[in-house]
Design a protein around this ligand. Structure first.
Ligand code: ATP
Ligand code: MG
Length: 577
């Protein structure tokens, strides 16, 4: 479909399909849903699903439900329900009063199951889990090594009468049979080429309290039965989900058709995969359980909670989701694009401060004893309304250890004996020498002299120096802890491992470096937990809830180095076209 200009009228194939359905009259309005299972925290992959579900509804003036797909009592929990709602809201998606739980449909689902029994389309089976698998059969390679699927075998209980099936199903519900001794199965086709269509299990007996329904039920519906019918009960028109559900679609349609309910339509899109990242609740849970991270909200985790704690912004995340688009086939997205979007957003918003992560004393030998000068600094060059602040400057400063070299490498424009640099917002200083600890060989202080005529911004100062370095006043600075994060996995594709290894073997050993003796300018005191700032020349940092009265903790959100922008430029070619 295209408009007058010949450009596609819709951003992606889902919006095209939805528009088509409205035009053809298949649906009169658009209702989508986001269906998380409350068994883990949301990650950036879920954010993509949210972006698609809410975005499509919004574009067509429709609505999007938040529905907890809570049909598995084993792993579900209220803690997750609350965490998920908080994260969805934080990302900027609003379900208003449309909050639903699949567990609220248990009674209706039970009735629909009875309907299928009455239609001769479901039966109670006495085979156990192992036997069901065995009777179903598997894909096997033939003599030419081409996969084929020989037909399965019918269960000996497949032809029970409707009356017997109904009686047994009610007694399953009443708790007359032990766990695992019976199931309710759809009667479809044991020779179907799609294994999922070979009489899938609809209900199993499981004596386990559910976090919402308690001990009311001892039988629980399976995902493939509960999901399409939950969609239908809510009148969902477009059930958008990731690609792994594609082979479930015939079953989705079978249940909808045979239960004679609202005809929801399932459309699949590609999952989001990110380099240096694993994106599945199962794997993320393993990282948490094996204490490779501090929890679901560890700032290195690709969870929404982790990203929030790290200092990522909802706007930056949504910008990223908009840029990657929606595709029909799975692909890998470069995590540098996400970092680029966060950096661009923070560049506009984050106030600037000076902090020294690895302090080295700088002594200005000709500075008048006891004098303190307050220098004016711009809070955000990208945002004049952010104003200015004053920073104390005196003769004893701290600079970054890395900003001084005894012997400079080529193209080193920072401090070394004889060289000049500008101290940000302040004066030009000339390095006159340094002190060294004879025992360790470590430089313990750098000495210099300043030129009073070179105060930053003064009209008199038109001297050019190549380097500008940041600093804090030793007497005024406040101690902070800086946590420097890097990718959790060194490998670009952590799941690709040689035989005998797992993705856990790909964990990086430098994904967190703690700078515990960092010092910051005093105005940083006023920053609240969760606020993000820029430490000039270093990166963006977000104040962590681990902060105490005496020491603020700052998480590095992203560095200032934008490798994505560089990559884009390179791809665009020398002409920059
Ligand atoms: P995981 O695979 O991480 O365990 P899930 O699919 O089991 O996730 P659900 O809570 O069932 O988690 O997912 C809710 C929705 O999010 C589903 O519609 C699912 O398709 C979608 N989703 C999950 N992971 C991704 C991803 N990486 N990219 C896009 N959508 C995703
Ligand atoms: Mg899944």
């Amino acid at each position: 479909m295209s408009d007058d200009t010949g450009k596609p009228a819709y951003k992606d194939f889902i919006r095209e399909a939805v528009a088509e359905d409205l035009k053809s009259g298949r649906y009169k309005e658009v209702r989508t849903r986001f269906p998380p299972e409350p068994n883990g925290w949301l990650h950036i992959g879920h954010a993509k699903a949210l972006f698609v579900d809410f975005g499509v509804a919004q574009d067509f003036g429709g609505t999007c439900n938040l529905r907890f797909d809570d049909t598995n009592p084993e792993k579900e929990d209220m803690e997750f329900v609350e965490a998920i709602q908080r994260d969805v809201r934080w990302l900027g998606f609003d379900w208003e009063d449309r909050l639903f739980f699949a567990s609220d449909y248990y009674e209706t689902l039970f009735e629909l199951a009875c309907k299928l029994i009455r239609k001769g389309l479901a039966y109670v089976d006495d085979l156990d889990e192992e036997q069901i698998k065995e009777y179903r059969g598997t894909n096997v390679p033939d003599k030419n090594n081409i996969t084929y699927t020989p037909p399965g075998r019918n269960s000996p209980w497949r032809d029970r009468s409707v009356e017997e099936n109904l009686d047994l199903f009610y007694r399953m519900r009443a708790g007359e049979f032990p766990d695992g001794s019976k199931t309710l199965r759809a009667k479809i086709d044991m020779a179907h080429p799609n294994l999922l269509m070979r009489d899938p299990v609809m209900y199993r007996i499981r004596r386990m309290p559910h976090y919402r329904t308690g001990n009311t039920w001892c039988i629980y519906p399976m995902y493939d039965f509960a999901h399409p019918l939950s969609d239908a009960l809510e009148g969902i028109t477009h059930s958008l989900c990731s690609l792994e559900y594609e082979i479930h679609r015939p079953l989705y349609e079978w249940f909808i058709t045979n239960c004679e309910v609202f005809p929801s339509r399932q459309i699949e899109f590609a999952r989001l995969n990110l380099t240096h990242t694993v994106l599945s609740k199962r794997w993320l849970l393993q990282l948490v359980k094996e204490k490779k991270v501090s929890g679901w909200d560890d700032p290195r985790m690709p969870t929404i909670a982790g990203m929030r704690r790290r200092g990522y912004t909802p706007e930056g995340i949504r910008d990223f989701l908009g840029r990657i688009g929606i595709a029909k086939t799975d692909s890998m997205v470069d995590i540098q694009l996400l970092e680029h979007c966060i950096r661009e957003d923070l560049n506009k918003k984050a106030p600037r401060y000076m902090a020294v992560l690895d302090p080295l004393p700088l002594i200005i030998e000709n500075w008048p004893e006891g004098k303190v000068e307050w220098l004016e600094a711009v809070n955000n060059p990208e945002d004049p309304s952010a104003g200015t602040r004053n920073i104390p400057f005196d003769g004893r400063l701290l600079i970054e250890r890395d900003d001084f070299r005894e012997t400079p490498p080529p193209k080193y424009y920072r401090l070394y004996p004889g060289n000049q640099v500008r101290l940000r917002y302040g004066y030009i200083v000339t390095c006159t020498g340094f002190d060294k600890d004879p025992a360790t060989g470590m430089v313990t202080a750098v000495r210099c002299v300043y030129d009073p005529a070179t105060r930053g911004g003064d009209a008199a100062d038109n001297r050019k120096v190549k380097g500008t370095i940041h600093w804090v006043s030793a007497a005024h600075a406040i101690p902070i802890e800086a946590r420097l994060y890097d990718h959790l996995f060194e490998a670009e594709r952590p799941m690709e491992v040689p035989e005998g290894k797992t993705f856990m073997d790909n964990l990086s050993d430098h994904s967190l470096i703690i700078q515990s003796s960092a010092m910051a300018e005093p105005s940083l005191k006023h920053i609240g937990i969760g606020q993000t700032v820029q430490f000039e020349r270093i990166g963006y940092f977000c104040k962590d809830p681990d902060s105490t009265e005496n020491r603020a903790v700052f998480n590095r959100t992203v560095t200032l180095k934008d490798s994505w922008a560089k990559l884009e430029k390179k791809l665009a070619g020398p002409a920059g076209a």
